[in-house]
Design a protein around this ligand. Structure first.
Ligand SMILES: C[S@@+](CC[C@H](N)C(=O)[O-])C[C@H]1O[C@@H](n2cnc3c(N)ncnc32)[C@H](O)[C@@H]1O
Length: 260
């Protein structure tokens, strides 16, 4: 095992993931469009519980679903087991850190969706990942990175705890409330985020799980330079999932990369 290997930041998060963001659909059409023009299976990095994997496979595409988190993949496996066999057979699940990815094949469409690249906190990790991603991208392939950006990335800022979710978990009948707080270290280009999931059972008993996750964000030009070091160039840069031009306060950016 390499010393570079990253930890599973979703170990505690997985049980709440689908309740919190499982119904997000805004990015799916973009990825289906890329998948439709791919002549190879789709390589999805950070597939998690399959929020994107399942609609991609249901639309008829083969997917290689990669993730570092055993608990996220356990949920994906359970969801796959409920799919029609034809859909299930389109998905190959690979449990691996993207820094260690070595599938021995190339893909026309590689996606690193929903801020997954932001979990790579060091330049060593970012470079190792881009090396692996570039090696798995076909000559004319497209690598899509969906990246988080804080609203004022060049200024230290603090988000006081605020309620982000108050939902009933249909699987358990529990009430689940989520508070999120964050602070941005502009010099380090890291957002430190804390989330508290408070679960109250039908009997009124509560327990709270605290999750701390750091995300590295990128200033304009930074990702372009990193990509160049790996023989990649930015072909498109937009915000949202319909190609809108980035604005100075965009809190999310999509980079479309190809071989230089
Ligand atoms: C925000 S979730 C995205 C899940 C799913 N693709 C979605 O869009 O809902 C990020 C996923 O990336 C995975 N991940 C984080 N670092 C990773 C790494 N180094 N290699 C592979 N997967 C990683 C996490 O385990 C988690 O499942």
């Amino acid at each position: 095992m390499s010393e570079r290997r990253l930890s599973d930041v979703y170990a505690d998060y997985s049980r709440f993931y689908d309740l919190y963001v499982g119904d997000r659909t805004d990015d799916i059409p973009l990825y289906l469009e890329y998948a439709a023009s791919s002549t190879t299976p789709v390589l999805e990095i950070g597939a998690g519980t399959g929020r994107l994997t399942l609609p991609t496979a249901s639309a008829g595409h083969q997917v290689v679903a990669v993730d570092i988190s055993p608990s996220m993949l356990e949920i994906l496996d359970a969801r796959l087991a409920e799919q029609p066999e034809v859909t299930r057979r389109r998905v190959r699940v690979v449990h691996v850190d993207m820094l260690e990815l070595d599938l021995g094949e190339t893909f026309d469409f590689v996606l690193v969706p929903f801020f997954t690249f932001n979990y790579l906190l060091t330049s060593e990790a970012q470079n190792a990942a881009l090396d692996r991603l570039s090696a798995h991208l076909s000559d004319s392939g497209r690598l899509v990175l969906d990246l988080f950006v804080p609203p004022t990335p060049e200024i230290d800022s603090v988000l006081e705890p605020e309620v982000r979710m108050d939902a009933n978990d249909p699987a358990t009948g529990d009430r689940v409330r989520l508070w999120t707080a964050a602070n941005v270290d502009a010099a380090a280009r890291i957002e430190h985020r804390t989330q508290w999931f408070e679960v109250t059972g039908p009997d009124g008993a509560s327990e709270t799980t605290e999750i701390n996750i750091d995300r590295r964000f990128f200033l304009p030009g930074e990702l372009e330079r990193l990509a160049e070091d790996h023989g990649l160039r930015v072909l498109e840069l937009f915000t949202g999932y319909r190609g809108e031009p980035p604005k100075p306060d965009s809190v999310q950016l999509v980079y479309v990369l190809g071989h230089a």
